[in-house]
Write a protein that binds this ligand. Structure first.
Ligand SMILES: [Zn+2]
Ligand SMILES: [Zn+2]
Length: 135
């Protein structure tokens, strides 16, 4: 019984630290990158634990998982709906400071007869740095 309680406490602490580290950055890290960040504070943590906690945080709606095609999953602690720009060259993901297309949800709901709750948009291209190095 005691052991279980300790495990639970440890898991909660791990999850809190994973979320804290993710909240510190705007880089939308992959799970393996986040693992290296978290390991500085929790040297004994495993990659599997990071994955498991990320999935739990995702299910609890505390992190966003960005998945797209050949990109592996990236994570974002900013759970407000916002748009992302994927640089196809350096593979960085940037937040776009664009207003949400709120009318789009309504228009699609109206035209399709379905209920749109939210939408996600990813833009692809070359970031400012990669654009300049393309000559
Ligand atoms: Zn780039
Ligand atoms: Zn973001």
């Amino acid at each position: 019984m005691k052991k279980e309680a300790n495990n639970k406490k440890r898991n909660t602490k791990q999850r809190r630290i994973i979320l804290e580290e993710l909240t510190k950055v705007k880089t939308h890290p992959r799970a393996d990158t986040l693992f290296h960040m978290v390991r500085r504070r929790l040297p004994a943590i495993s990659m599997g634990t990071v994955y498991r906690n990320l999935n739990l945080l995702k299910e609890e709606g505390k992190v966003l998982e960005l998945t797209c095609g050949k990109y592996s999953s990236h994570y974002d602690a900013d759970i407000r709906n916002h748009y992302h720009f994927f640089c196809t060259d350096c593979k960085q993901i940037f937040d776009l400071d664009e207003p949400l297309l709120a009318d789009l949800d309504k228009a699609i709901s109206r035209r399709s007869g379905m209920v749109v709750e939210y939408h996600r948009i990813h833009f692809y291209g070359y970031c400012r740095t990669c654009k300049n190095s393309r000559g």
